[in-house]
Structures are given as structure tokens and as C-alpha cells.
Design a protein around this ligand. Structure first.
Ligand code: NAD
Length: 324
């Protein structure tokens, strides 16, 4: 069992579907056996490259192809139906973030996984980014003391966002808080602990985006243990440093994305900063972990519950900002 090939159905052959296709190709002992997309031409094109079967209908695929797991890469409002259908058909599921467009759907999906006795993983890829994974180990070893502050900025221009589903809340569930800060909320929960309180603010800077859909936003979180988190996101302002900063009573860490600065940390007793490892692809790490959990060689470290909590926290921030 430990070495057997895992057969996957990929649902949603768009942008992130292509990133997952590329990552699955690097996961030992995994094969995409079917591709499903409501746009049949997209499903066919990807399936042809992979020598897999193409479907426009998920239920048809579930009847026709023996797969171990389904990888859901559709837009957020279209996560629940394929996730629940796959679980009901006895397949394990990995689902892209945000787990759902609203909390009740996320809770229903978690319940469905429990009822089916199958795995449901939320695809929070940043947990598998090598510097984040190493930082988590160091925190768990106690090297940072008590983590008391966290700051994360993921922001930069998203060209053409006004023309795609990301800025249509009926499909996306919200604006940049739901799309981008859902990753940040998960990183806060992963590194600093469960959220006790969340407040948010969101504005619409671009005249091309519907009022009420935040394209620029911030959140403040407080963990149960009293760690304060500051989260910033924007789809439209010019890019600055995209960073995760962690401040503990005994150390600090800075993780940089896409700006050439080294990710590094310094804890009590160290005379200088040490580098955090950068090598390795977070999508490959994420899918390798899921494949191992499907094989039963490890327990899932990021679940449907994590996806549900992140959506609930985003909603708490929306309510405090008067955006829901
Ligand atoms: N983890 C990350 O860093 C990351 C990055 C980008 C997007 N995402 C997430 O991935 C998901 C998809 O985003 P995207 O950028 O790939 O979108 P996309 O629009 O590029 O692709 C979505 C695909 O899903 C198909 N589709 C829509 N409804 C479907 C259904 N019911 N059944 C089957 N196929 C369906 C569409 O035809 C399209 O091909 C979203 O949840 C998004 O938030 C995650």
C-alpha cells in the first residue's frame, strides 16, 4: 500500500489546475487519470497532454473512472458540489482555498467528509513553502519563546481582476480578504494558534471594481494565547515587500516572497541571522503530503476544519467592517 500509485481526478483545468497538473507530475507514485471541466475543451486539452480521460460532468467521471482522490480546483462557489459528490462516491478530496464562499458551505463540507469517513484537505499551499515549514518546526521546538506578534502582507497588482470571477462575490465569496487573506489567516493559525477575535477593514480603490468588493484590506487578529496579527492585502496598489514577520519573546523571523530578500531568523543566543531554506516547491510539497495521507502513511496536517475556520474568521472580519 505504501508505494502504490495514487490515481487522481483533477476538477477545474484553469490557472491553479495547471499549477496542480505541473506539481502532480513531480509527486512520486501519483497519476492524473481524469480531468473534469465544465468547459469541455479545457478538459480535453489537458487530458490529452496527460493521456488521461476528459469529462465535462463530474458524476459521469465518478461512475466511469476508478480514482483514489479528487483534486478540486474550481472557483470558490463551485467547491461544495464537487467536494460533496466526490466524498459521497467514496473518494478522498483536496480542495483549493477558500474551502467555500461562505461559512455554512464550509461547515457542510467538513460534515460530509466526516460522514463519508474520507479525507478532506484544504489546499493551503503556504504551509508547505520551505521557509514557513522550517519556521513552524523552530517555533514548535520553543526557539522563539511565546509568539506575540505576526504580520503578513500579500499584495500587488492583479491585472484584469475586474473582468474575472475573483471580483464577483457571488462566485468568489468576497474580494481580496476572501481570496488572498484566507491564506494569511491560515498562516496565523498555523504559526500563532487559534484565532479568538478578528476585525477587518476593506475599501474599493479601483473605479473598475464594484463598490462593496474590497480590493484593498487589512485585518487584525488576536489569538487565544494573546498573539496579535496584522494582515494586509491588495489587488490594485503597487507591490511592496510581500512578507511574513513573526516576533516571539526569544526571536524574530522574516519570510520574503518574490522580492529577492532572504528569509531569515534570529533567536536568543545567536549573534547573527540564519537563513531559512528556500528550495522546494510549495505545491509539490502540498500534493505529496496529500498523496501520503491517501496512502495512509501519514495523518493530514491541514484539514477541512482548517479551511472552515479560515472562512469563518474572514466572515468575522467582514461583519466588523460592515461588508456583510
Ligand atoms: N493556492 C493558490 O495559491 C491559488 C492561486 C490561484 C487560485 N487559487 C484558487 O483556485 C481556485 C480556482 O482558481 P483559478 O485561478 O484556477 O480559476 P480559473 O478561472 O483559472 O479556473 C477555474 C476552472 O474551473 C472550471 N469550472 C468552473 N466551474 C466548474 C465546475 N462546477 N466543475 C468543473 N469545472 C468548473 C472553469 O471552466 C475553469 O477552467 C479558486 O478557489 C482560487 O481561489 C489558489
Amino acid at each position: 500500500m505504501a508505494n502504490r500509485t495514487i490515481r487522481i481526478a483533477l476538477v477545474g483545468a484553469g490557472g491553479i489546475g495547471r499549477a496542480h497538473r505541473n506539481a502532480w507530475a513531480q509527486v512520486p507514485g501519483a497519476k492524473i487519470a481524469a480531468v473534469v471541466d465544465v468547459d469541455a475543451s479545457r478538459a480535453k486539452a489537458m487530458a490529452k497532454e496527460l493521456r488521461a480521460k476528459a469529462f465535462a460532468d463530474l458524476h459521469e467521471m465518478l461512475r466511469a473512472v476508478e480514482v483514489d482522490a479528487v483534486d478540486v480546483c474550481t472557483p470558490p462557489a463551485f467547491h461544495r458540489a464537487p467536494v460533496e459528490a466526490a466524498l459521497a462516491a467514496g473518494r478522498h478530496v483536496i480542495c483549493e482555498k477558500p474551502l467555500a464562499d461562505k461559512p455554512p458551505s464550509a461547515r457542510a463540507m467538513v460534515k460530509a467528509a466526516k460522514a463519508a469517513g474520507k479525507l478532506l484537505m484544504t489546499a493551503f499551499c503556504h504551509r508547505f513553502h520551505p521557509p514557513v515549514a522550517r519556521l513552524k518546526e523552530l517555533i514548535d521546538e520553543g526557539r522563539f519563546g511565546e509568539i506575540r506578534m505576526f504580520r503578513n502582507r500579500f499584495a500587488g497588482p492583479f491585472a484584469g481582476v475586474e473582468d474575472v470571477w475573483f471580483s464577483n462575490p457571488k462566485v468568489s465569496g468576497g474580494g481580496c480578504l476572501m481570496d488572498t487573506s484566507v491564506h494569511s489567516v491560515d498562516l496565523f493559525r498555523f504559526l500563532c494558534g487559534e484565532v479568538a477575535r478578528a476585525e477587518g477593514a476593506g475599501v474599493t480603490v479601483s473605479p473598475k471594481i464594484k463598490p462593496g468588493v474590497e480590493d484593498t484590506a487589512a485585518m487584525m487578529l488576536v489569538s487565544r494565547s494573546g498573539c496579535i496579527g496584522l494582515i494586509e492585502a491588495s489587488w490594485v496598489l503597487p507591490a511592496g515587500p510581500n512578507v511574513i514577520e513573526v516576533y516571539g519573546t526569544k526571536g524574530v523571523a522574516f519570510i520574503h516572497y518574490w522580492d529577492g530578500f532572504a528569509s531569515r531568523y534570529k533567536t536568543e543566543g545567536m549573534s547573527d541571522f540564519e537563513l531559512l531554506p528556500e528550495k522546494g516547491d510549495r505545491f509539490v510539497g502540498e500534493l505529496t503530503h496529500f498523496a501520503n495521507a491517501v496512502r495512509g502513511t501519514c495523518a493530514l496536517t491541514v484539514t477541512g476544519h482548517d479551511g472552515q475556520r479560515a472562512v469563518e474568521v474572514i466572515y468575522e472580519a467582514y461583519r466588523s467592517a460592515g461588508l456583510r
